[in-house]
Design a protein around this ligand. Structure first.
Ligand code: SF4
Length: 390
């Protein structure tokens, strides 16, 4: 079966593992600015169109030290890590920081940055989470206009429609390539481990998009289209985990039980690259369309809509990927996910889809306990749902 070529993967892994170092190098070589943004709905195309490097701020793997006193323990690991990074000066590489989502915990992290780095331009534009109202689209367009003005002021440039159209096409091309990897994994023609898939997507959140696209093209060039994998392991779908990537060691433990992850709706996964920005018409308006369509393509419990349900979507996607079960990864204390989970569970149970909930933490994920839980879950699937695999 096809596998990803190690050398290009090493380039992507280096950027994904240390976005701050990547940003520092990019800044020095391009003599340009770097703008940090927050998940999950910031349109990076705007920063690119302004000639700067857009970088989605990632959770650091380092234990939390300075930030321990700045946000309470019941904030999610991502926001506590961001607070820690701000207090330690690790976000200083960013010339400005922008946010478009309004999770209460994220707001806490933004407040810590403002407190710890008062000189840093930090802009918060709340893209409305009510998706179906008459005022939704104009309000979203207004917020995007505010982000444009903020970036222009921070960088002393203006974002033209032509530049934005070019950036939209560039990011769409990158997303299309990433979706090819998802399709190759889903079809079984390419073996991509869950942690390698995280590298592919996470690196796209932090790297120069043209450089990232070139590496993806190299990876695809080295895949033999005639090769057919023929997966015979238990196939799993991974769901959830907002705002930051699950730890690779956790994903490796899951796959070490002899299962293959075939698809996901993780934020650092399909959710991030699900939707392209329309390439015709006014490019600023197109970003509003992207924001609204994104929630239809991969429904998110942080948005309010009557048009789609995450539970219905999840059941359909699991069927589409021929997965035998789903592992829901939930960042501890992630309120939107916790509140929605009972609905998900009800839908999975009524559709007889085996599921396992795993809560993740910034520190102290008990790997051995996790291994036992996943092994038991997989054994249950083997016995009840795919006896041919027992
Ligand atoms: S949505 Fe969840 S993971 Fe994201 S910042 Fe809010 S609580 Fe944290």
């Amino acid at each position: 079966m096809n596998r990803l070529s190690p050398e290009p993967m090493a380039t992507l892994r280096a950027a994904a593992d240390d976005p701050v170092a990547y940003s520092q190098t990019w800044k020095a070589t391009h003599e340009g600015s770097v703008i940090g943004s927050f998940p999950m709905n910031f349109p990076s195309e705007l920063v690119h169109a302004a000639g700067a490097l857009p970088v989605l701020i990632q959770e650091s793997r380092a234990p939390i030290t300075e930030g321990r006193n700045l946000l309470a323990e019941f904030y999610c690991g991502y926001t506590r890590s961001v607070a820690d990074q701000a207090a330690l000066g690790q976000l200083d590489v960013f010339d400005a920081i922008v946010a478009a989502d309004h999770c209460v915990q994220l707001l806490g992290a933004v407040d810590v940055i403002r407190w710890a780095r008062p000189e840093k331009p930090v802009h918060f534009a709340q893209l409305t989470s009510a998706m179906d109202d008459a005022w939704t689209r104009p309000r979203v367009a207004g917020r995007i206009g505010e982000i444009v003005a903020e970036i222009e002021t921070a960088l002393g440039v203006s974002i033209t429609a032509d530049a934005l159209s070019t950036s939209i096409r560039t990011f769409n091309a990158n997303r299309r390539l990433l979706r090819e990897f998802f399709e190759l994994r889903r079809s079984g023609r390419l073996r991509i481990t869950a942690s390698d898939m995280q590298v592919l997507v996470k690196s796209s959140m932090v790297m120069d998009v043209a450089e990232h696209t070139a590496v993806l093209e190299r990876l695809l060039d080295e895949i033999d289209p005639a090769e057919d994998g023929g997966l015979d392991a238990v196939k799993l779908y991974l769901s959830g985990h907002f705002c930051h990537a699950p730890r690779p060691e956790l994903l490796d433990v899951i796959e070490a039980t002899g299962v293959t992850v075939v698809d996901d709706d993780l934020y650092t996964g399909y959710r991030y690259i699900s939707t392209d920005v329309p390439e015709d018409g006014d490019p600023f308006e197109a970003l509003s369309s992207w924001y609204l369509e994104r929630n239809l393509n991969a429904p998110c419990p942080t948005r309010v809509t009557t048009q789609v349900d995450w539970d219905r979507y999840l059941v359909d996607q699991i069927a589409r990927s021929n997965a035998n079960g789903v592992i829901v990864l939930m960042a501890k204390f992630c309120e939107p996910h916790m509140l929605y989970y009972p609905e998900l569970r009800k839908a999975l149970e009524s559709n007889k889809i085996p599921s396992l909930l795993i809560e993740t933490e910034h520190e102290g994920n008990p790997v051995e306990t996790l291994r036992t839980r996943v092994e038991t879950f997989v054994e249950r699937i083997r016995r009840q749902h795919v006896p041919a695999l027992s």
